[in-house]
Ligand binder design. Structure first.
Ligand code: AMP
Ligand code: MG
Length: 421
């Protein structure tokens, strides 16, 4: 049986980065840049004020202090978005708001707090300001943001391969990009298999259960920025499964759940074996052992197919460990790992399976350490203990027991604010 790393490597070896597409910048969140973003402009475009204050000639303020104010004549007021046509000459100042271009002649800005502006405003708010007292010395360049200080014209602002986050979207907007070239998102076809399955909006006949895997897997796909295409339920017979598979032919990846165990009706792996190409079946992991991976024939290409185990938690853990990295590679990403922390176990865990355990736990930080507490039954169909968990503690395949108080690696599925702990 393959280890987690071996299985993941086999999957990654079989998937390729997808093509480029051009999308509106807001849509590109989480995608990977397929072009260098260069700047045609200076950001900011002009020298401008970092403060509300007075644009002055720094030499004029020599010796200025609370007790030795320097009085200057106010010749104009300039707001952000406007340009003052006046030139600051010795003995004068321009009242200036944050972001407004610094007028000609001025080389520094004295903020309101270091002038008599604030005091005077209270007494004579309506009267036009004709003079200002400067109460501190200004050095050349004080409170001035230089043109091109953020991004200079012609500079490389974002490198091809960058993962786009809100800051990058803001940056592109500031450069005047409305669209951007990125690696497209993979379309993931999802089929739930099982005669026992019933749609969520249908009543449950005796012996049946609702299809929950379709939803948990589609929402995982959506969470990580892939495009889920739910194809519904296939019965455990060839005809039903083959007709669903036809609808998956133009997807970038096929995910099925169920039908990969040892039972009489576990036909997913048989069909994969017969009509497609089976790369491996079974991984030394718990939950999630009966994972099948191969390729099926698509319209003009072969489609990677992960046959996820049917149990509700197994398929989710398999998604996190194997599907997510593969789809991230398709999206052009380089770092596939979720964050992991060292956590001190608050329970004792036995491992008789000889497989690597990924046990559901709440991982909390207290007094500078992370602590991990199991969230209840680790049976692979128990979704409630998955719902209570924010991470998975990893118990290596060669450990028979990990005692309370020992330190383990914990894979963080969510950070605390997203979990009800
Ligand atoms: P299988 O691998 O098909 O034998 O399924 C293993 C277990 O997972 C069985 O108890 C199934 O009833 C359950 N199961 C399979 N598919 C789903 C699904 N889509 N939603 C919820 N449970 C499922
Ligand atoms: Mg089944």
């Amino acid at each position: 049986m393959l280890s987690v790393e071996e299985a993941l490597q086999k999957i990654l070896d079989e998937v390729q980065t997808l093509e480029e597409e051009t999308v509106p910048i807001l849509e590109s969140l989480g995608q990977v840049l397929a072009e260098d973003i260069k700047s045609d402009i200076n950001v900011p475009p002009l020298d401008n004020s970092a403060m509300d204050g007075y644009a002055v000639i720094s030499r004029d303020t020599a010796g200025a202090g609370e007790k030795t104010p320097v009085s200057l004549r106010v010749i104009d007021t300039v707001m952000a978005g406007s340009i003052s046509r006046k030139e600051v000459v010795p003995g004068t100042a321009v009242r200036i708001m944050t972001g407004a271009p610094v007028p000609k002649g001025a080389d520094s800005v004295v903020q309101f707090e270091n002038t008599d502006d604030a005091k005077r405003k209270e007494s004579a708010r309506q009267e036009p300001i004709t003079r200002v007292s400067i109460l501190s010395e200004a050095s050349p360049g004080l409170n001035i943001r230089r043109a091109g200080e953020d991004i200079a014209r012609g500079a490389l602002a974002l490198k091809k391969g960058t993962v786009i986050r809100p800051a990058e979207i803001g940056l592109m907007a500031s450069l005047g990009y409305s669209k951007v070239k990125v690696i497209r998102r993979p379309v993931v076809a999802i089929i739930s298999t099982g005669n026992e399955l019933v749609e969520v909006d249908k009543p449950l006949p005796e012996g049946k259960i609702h299809d929950s895997n379709g939803y948990s897997i589609a929402s995982l796909a959506r969470r990580y920025g892939f495009i889920p295409r739910m194809l519904g339920i296939a019965r455990d017979d060839e005809e039903s499964l083959l007709s669903k598979l036809k609808q998956a032919q133009d997807a970038d990846m096929l995910l099925t759940t169920g039908g990969v165990s040892m039972g009489d009706y576990d036909i997913v792996k048989d069909i994969l074996d017969r009509d497609g190409e089976m790369v491996f079946w079974k991984v030394r992991v718990k939950p999630g052992k009966p994972l099948a991976f191969g390729k099926i024939k698509g319209k003009n290409k072969s489609i990677p197919h992960l046959g996820l185990p049917g149990n509700a938690v197994s398929c989710m853990v398999s998604f996190e460990l194997f599907v997510r990295p593969a789809l991230m590679k398709m999206m052009g990403k380089k770092n596939f790992a979720k964050p992991a922390v060292e956590a001190i176990m608050e329970d004792t865990v036995k491992n008789n399976a000889g497989r690597r355990l990924y046990d559901r736990a709440v991982i909390e930080r207290r007094n500078g350490h992370y602590y991990a507490k199991l969230t209840g039954s680790q049976s692979s169909g128990i979704l409630t203990s998955m719902s209570l968990a924010n991470g998975l503690v990893i118990i290596s395949e060669d450990r028979k027991i990990v005692n309370k108080g020992e330190t383990v690696q914990a894979l963080m599925l969510d950070w605390n604010e997203e979990v009800n702990i």
